[in-house]
Design a protein around this ligand. Structure first.
Ligand code: ADP
Ligand code: 5GP
Length: 192
């Protein structure tokens, strides 16, 4: 029998640097782990590619997917819908492949309830001013979207102790090596 893959859930405030760290993580980890590409109703940013960053869909397509029970979890965030493809994740885990979800905190909580053994990793900003500076510096959001994202932060930080691991993303290289150390430990030693 194939050993089940492990489910990793990366979460944390928008703009903290989850995508930046995960992109680098996947450059170094080409085998045995996959990124779960979510579906969203958000409009693509100029650098984003359909099927790579997200599957970009209309609200109607998203609602059909909800009705057809296609999501492991889904959530509304800052006026858009986001959801994790259940079939993809379960297939990979059953094939013994580890899966990483990058989702907001309500979705993370729902996955923790369904998969108590999942490994949750919360990325925290060094401080709120730096988070705002990163969100603004990315130049992808309008002012309303920036405010929505900043308003969500206090609630997101309230449950920081619920996650198995916290990583403060101060420097990219140090956050990346912490993520790699957690991954290696979880894959090689935990629950052997
Ligand atoms: P998220 O995926 O969490 O929304 P991003 O990965 O898009 O966040 O990062 C938001 C912005 O912050 C980007 O412009 C990115 O280059 C920058 N950034 C990420 N990590 C760091 C860091 N450790 N130090 C400074 N800037 C960072
Ligand atoms: P963004 O619009 O910045 O790409 O994402 C906004 C938030 O939605 C981020 O916190 C991101 O992690 C989260 N997100 C992305 N995909 C999913 C998903 O499938 N489900 C949930 N619950 N959140 C998601």
């Amino acid at each position: 029998m194939v050993k089940q893959g492990k489910l990793f859930v990366v979460t944390g405030p928008s703009g903290v640097g989850k995508g930046t760290i995960l992109n680098k993580f996947f450059e170094n980890n080409k085998n045995g782990v996959v990124y779960s590409v979510s579906m969203t109703t958000r409009k693509p940013r100029p650098v984003e590619k359909d099927g790579v960053n997200y599957f970009f869909v209309t609200e109607e397509e998203f609602k059909n997917a909800v009705v057809n029970d296609e999501f492991l979890e889904w959530a509304e965030y800052s006026g858009n819908f986001y959801g994790t493809n259940k079939k993809f994740v379960l297939e990979k885990l059953n094939q013994g492949i580890n899966v990483i979800l990058e989702i907001e905190t309500a979705g993370a909580r729902s996955v923790m309830e369904k998969f108590p053994d999942c490994v949750t990793i919360f990325f925290a900003p060094p401080d709120l001013d730096e988070l705002e500076a990163r969100l603004r510096g990315r130049k992808t959001e309008d002012e309303a979207s920036i405010q929505n994202r900043l308003n969500a932060v206090k609630k997101e930080l309230l449950v920081i102790d619920k996650y198995k691991y916290n990583i403060v993303n101060d420097e990219v290289d140090s956050a990346l090596s912490k993520l790699q150390a957690i991954y290696d430990y979880e894959v090689n030693f935990e629950n052997e």
